[in-house]
Design a protein around this ligand. Structure first.
Ligand SMILES: [Zn+2]
Length: 358
């Protein structure tokens, strides 16, 4: 575990840099800042694990729903650059991502995306690709996909639980050896990706969507934007090392679940608590506390939900929102999701991922 002093240092470092992508703050009455919805896929196949798969038919239906939503497709680098620069974006802007570099991307997804001229990103682990493990894309296939519009991001050399430390045989994140571990997992992976495909942008996706302040701070020093898999759109105030994506596979692949997310806006807020996805061992009923950045845009209630517990008591005083878990969380991953309606009745969304370790 992290030492208390390291925790304090990290907290100061993170708060001091208050990691904004860079958009200017708006005054009351101005238009709300742009949002980008990022979808996360794994397999597009019928014979792969249901929780991380959509069938080719479902994927085609998703693309038709995206067309019907009138979304403009952006590559991740385009979306992040526009948010950083404070540029205006289409009212509905969307990016598509795949994790793990499975073969079905080339077979079932790429032809449909390429036919529409839509960009997308694949986050890859070089080790199984180099080891020619079955079911993964090869570097030759990835070269063809990049030539036809794909961006390749970094998902770590292997697919480690990168923040679970000694329980997974990894260095304690507070120990000096952790930096050496990250250099291997991230920088060596990037050398393999760039060496095979030419320089790719510094994009990272956390394996299993798990991250913690030491990893986030290190990625920040290395200039990476980093994505989890907690839901919600991006906006200029998103923490660049805790960027959300909407999972779109398994139970989330259903069109009734997906459609409202395509036009979702970010619930622009600064999260004060918790300060890490990993909860202290003694905390099993966490509290989410955040400050709305544009409180005047949300005249109605803000409602928060918690995995397995449904709607939870949520209090709002002005711009300040508090929501606490009414019942203990199980071990493992869960998350707070909060929604509110903004101008024009459009829904806004914020998520905070949580991880309880044994
Ligand atoms: Zn993955």
């Amino acid at each position: 575990m992290l030492s208390p002093s390291f925790h304090r240092w990290l907290r100061c470092a993170l708060l001091g840099s208050l990691a904004l992508l860079g958009g200017a703050a708006l005054g009351a009455g101005d238009t709300l800042p742009p949002s980008v919805v990022v979808l996360q896929y794994h397999f597009v196949a019928t014979d792969t694990p249901a929780s991380t798969s959509v069938t080719p038919g479902q994927f085609a239906a998703h693309l038709e729903a995206i067309e019907a939503s009138r979304a403009t497709l952006l590559s991740l680098p385009e979306a992040l650059d526009a948010l950083r620069a404070g540029r205006t974006l289409p009212e509905t802007a969307l990016a598509i991502t795949f994790d793990d570099a499975y073969e079905s991307i080339a077979e079932a997804a790429h032809p449909l995306l390429h036919a529409r001229g839509w960009p997308y990103t694949i986050f890859v682990n070089p080790e199984p690709i180099d080891g020619r493990h079955g079911g993964f894309l090869s570097w030759d296939q990835l070269r063809r996909l990049t030539a036809e519009g794909a961006t390749i991001g970094n998902h770590g050399l292997r697919h480690d639980y990168m923040v679970r430390g000694e329980s997974q045989g990894l260095p304690d994140p507070a120990a000096p050896a952790y930096e050496t571990y990250l250099e291997t997992q991230v920088l060596e992976a990037q050398r393999r990706i760039d060496g095979e495909l030419g320089p790719q942008p510094k994009l990272f996706a956390y394996p299993y969507g798990e991250f913690a302040p030491p990893l986030q701070a290190w990625l920040k020093t290395q200039g990476y934007a980093a994505f989890g898999q907690h839901s919600g759109p991006l906006w200029a105030g998103s923490d660049p090392q805790a960027l959300p994506r909407f999972p779109a596979s398994g139970i989330y692949g259903d069109l009734t679940s997906l459609r409202p997310k395509l036009t979702m806006k970010a619930l622009a807020a600064t999260i004060e608590s918790p300060t890490s996805m990993i909860l202290p061992r003694e905390v099993d009923r966490p509290t989410l506390r955040f400050t709305l950045r544009f409180p005047e845009a949300h005249r109605g209630p803000v409602q928060c939900y918690l995995s397995g517990q449904g709607a939870i008591p949520t209090t709002r005083e002005g711009s300040r929102v508090d929501a606490s878990a009414p019942a203990p969380l199980p071990l493992g991953r869960s998350r707070f999701n909060c929604t509110a309606q903004g101008p024009g009745g459009r829904w806004h969304w914020l998520s905070q991922p949580l991880l309880r370790l044994p």
